[in-house]
Design a protein around this ligand. Structure first.
Ligand code: ZN
Length: 331
């Protein structure tokens, strides 16, 4: 069956921020353990508080809640909790983002963050049987030496599930070029490059990500449609875009699902995956995002195949994903 129902079809998700996927229950437990004061006290209130209203509230609610996550245990549980929710909706493989450099201001060292998230990868495999890989983001605006340290740590955790280095945060304010040395460290260390680009900035940002960061995939990339030549280039190169339709609507990258540029990208032959981005804040789970993408003409099998093409895991795991696709009756 291709429609989601009692038995969801297989899905690959490549663009989810684990801090943005935290459940209210997990957040409350972490806040209690860490002595962090949350603005409200029950899961229901917290869910309502975190739900997207407008950009300013998004930033306010992010910084009022996610800093409660501070310890290895918190990060490990974050991986497990989201992996469980995604798996219930059909996910068989996740490439998940975390933002280690954001935690430095709270005095949490990068090693603790990596240790916790990598432990979560192992626990998700052992307890749930789902494969999660990690792509830590450098937050734009951090010192370049912090960016390079993050890249070195990402490489050092390669055998514990880290498959690529990302770049997130204020895209319009911080172009990709200065981060080239950090991404060179990642590349030389054998991991991939998955920067955000083409979300709040246009085609120049995507070209910068391709040319100076040697992107293996582009997170978002939807504003490529402003430059037809770039769209053709993405299609010719088979460059996978990790699109997040509902996030794009919340953050006003587009004004509605109906006007989202996904159909243009699909028509041009650009391989596209669909993803939740920050599911707790945007009040969407993986099946909601898929429903939105299907309403725009995306087909589940094509999304899965783009997911395999874009996945940066080891070849053996990619083959297992191909086997999943071959065994499923897509209808
Ligand atoms: Zn993102």
């Amino acid at each position: 069956m291709t429609t989601d129902g009692a038995a969801p079809y297989p899905k690959i998700e490549l663009h989810v921020h684990l801090e943005g996927a935290v459940s209210p229950e997990l957040l409350l437990a972490a806040a209690r353990r860490n002595g962090f004061a949350l603005p409200v006290g029950t899961p229901e209130e917290l869910r309502a508080f975190m739900r997207f209203r407008d950009f300013d509230h998004f930033i306010e609610s992010w910084f009022a809640t996610t800093p409660a996550l501070q310890t290895e245990q918190d990060y490990r549980e974050l991986v497990l909790d989201y992996a469980r929710r995604a798996q219930q909706r059909g996910a068989v493989y996740l490439e998940a983002i975390f933002s280690p450099t954001d935690k430095l201001t709270a005095g949490i060292d990068l090693e603790t963050v990596f240790e916790g998230f990598c432990a979560g990868v192992q626990q998700a495999r052992e307890e749930l049987g789902i494969e999660v890989r990690l792509t830590p983001d450098i937050t734009r605006g951090v010192d370049l030496d912090v960016a390079e340290r993050t890249a070195r740590l990402a490489v050092a955790h390669r055998d514990r599930g880290v498959v690529a280095l990302g770049l997130g945060g204020a895209e319009a304010q911080f172009p990709p070029e200065p981060y080239a040395p950090a991404f060179a460290i990642a590349r030389e260390g054998g991991i991939g490059s998955v920067p955000h680009a083409g979300e709040t900035a246009g085609p120049a940002s995507i070209r910068g990500a391709l040319e100076t960061l040697h992107a293996d995939r582009i997170r978002h990339g939807v504003r490529a449609v402003e430059d037809p030549g770039l769209v053709r280039e993405l299609a010719d190169r088979g460059m996978v875009l990790d699109v997040c339709v509902l996030s794009n609507v919340c953050l006003s990258v587009t004004d509605s699902v109906a006007n989202h540029p996904l159909p243009q990208l699909l028509a041009a032959g650009v391989p596209v995956t669909v993803n939740t981005d920050d599911p707790t804040f945007f009040d969407c789970e993986l099946d909601d995002e898929h429903a939105a993408a299907r309403s725009l003409g995306a087909d589940p099998k094509g999304l899965f195949e783009a997911g395999i093409a874009g996945a940066l895991c080891e070849p053996e795991l990619k083959q297992r994903l191909r086997d999943v696709a071959a065994a499923h009756r897509w209808g």
